[in-house]
Design a protein around this ligand. Structure first.
Ligand SMILES: CC/C=C\C/C=C\C/C=C\C=C\CC(=O)SCCNC(=O)CCNC(=O)[C@H](O)C(C)(C)COP(=O)(O)OP(=O)(O)OC[C@H]1O[C@@H](n2cnc3c(N)ncnc32)[C@H](O)[C@@H]1OP(=O)(O)O
Length: 280
């Protein structure tokens, strides 16, 4: 048995070196930094969504960990939102499971008793914006990066729970404009409308995120957690009571010819843009 151990260890080490982790977790004293790590743009496929859900769950179970900073290994992109290739020409079974993973990750992150801060150095459209809005606070870098729910621009409609989280963050009227027009804004505008809490130069994003997290963690823990639950449970419960219906709506909607042709057009435009960039 003892002689088997080095072989087992070597195999495990080899497996780790060949399977890059989709989410990196770095533990500090009483909090963790969770970095999304799916090249090139952290688009949220089913496996990444599940990895985020599992990461948050494992931190919730660690009695030393009280909070987390959600971030990206790519300083240019926080997350490109849902992986469009999951929705384009899908297999129905996988599409249902994919949406279930999205629902689960949202519910986990929005209602986690951990204190959470999003450190947004790069772009954060659509599902990326949702992940950030699920956190208790958001810090974003000044300059180029944009954040927002741009679904209408793709010819798709965000589900009611993405809308609800945005309404809870920036209010009804701003959501009506952001969501209806598919707007994405920079950090300064984001701060004006309450989507972003701190807009800072990129090199300060992490230190300010830590400062905000420590502020949340300075509140007596049970009072902080109960207040978070009081603020968020009603919104989460709305989806929990309609999980199957929401999944079916998504699958039916996604499989329509209209949505499929909108997604085809959008993917082609992304590809063309990437090719033009590569040719430069
Ligand atoms: C009635 C209602 C009932 C139910 C609800 C129904 C439906 C709701 C449906 C969906 C909700 C969706 C939420 C979403 O998240 S949709 C995703 C929206 N995301 C985007 O629009 C972002 C698109 N990407 C970009 O804008 C840019 O890529 C960028 C700003 C993130 C990064 O720009 P870069 O210049 O740095 O990189 P690129 O060259 O553009 O991209 C590199 C590479 O990555 C591919 N890619 C980019 N984004 C995605 C993506 N979201 N999914 C899949 N792939 C993506 C891109 O094509 C390039 O690939 P190649 O290198 O050409 O292979």
């Amino acid at each position: 048995m003892l002689r088997c151990l080095p072989t087992f260890r070597a195999r495990a080490a080899r497996a780790m070196s060949t399977t890059p982790s989709l989410v990196q977790i770095e533990k500090k004293d009483n909090y963790a930094i969770v970095r999304l790590s799916r090249a090139p743009v952290n688009s949220l496929n089913m496996e990444l969504l599940q990895a985020i859900d599992e990461a948050v769950q494992s931190l919730e179970q660690d009695k030393n960990i009280k909070g987390m900073i959600l971030s990206s290994t790519n300083p240019k992109i926080f997350s490109a939102g849902l992986d469009i290739t999951e929705m384009y020409q899908p297999k129905t079974k996988r599409l249902r499971e994919f949406w279930r993973a999205f629902q689960n990750t949202y519910l986990r992150l929005y209602t986690t008793p951990l204190a959470t801060v999003a450190a947004i150095e790069g772009h954060s459209p659509a599902g990326g914006c949702l992940l950030a809005m699920c956190c208790d606070s958001r810090v974003m870098s000044l300059g180029g990066p944009l954040i927002g729910l741009n679904e209408t621009k793709l010819g798709i409609v965000a589900p009611f729970w993405m809308r609800d989280v945005m309404v809870n963050t920036i209010g009804h009227r701003e959501t009506e404009k952001m969501l209806g027009l598919g707007l994405q804004v920079n950090a300064l505008r984001g701060k004006e409308i309450g989507l972003i809490d701190e807009a800072v130069p990129v090199e300060q994003v992490h230190s300010v995120a830590e400062k905000l997290l420590l502020e949340w963690l300075s509140i007596p823990s049970s009072a902080r957690k109960l207040t978070k639950a009081m603020m968020r449970d009603e919104t989460a419960q709305k989806l929990r009571s309609r999980l199957d219906e929401d999944r079916s709506n998504f699958v039916d909607f996604c499989e329509t010819d209209k949505v499929q042709s909108a997604l085809a057009g959008y993917l082609a435009a992304l590809k063309k843009k990437a090719e033009a960039k590569a040719a430069k």
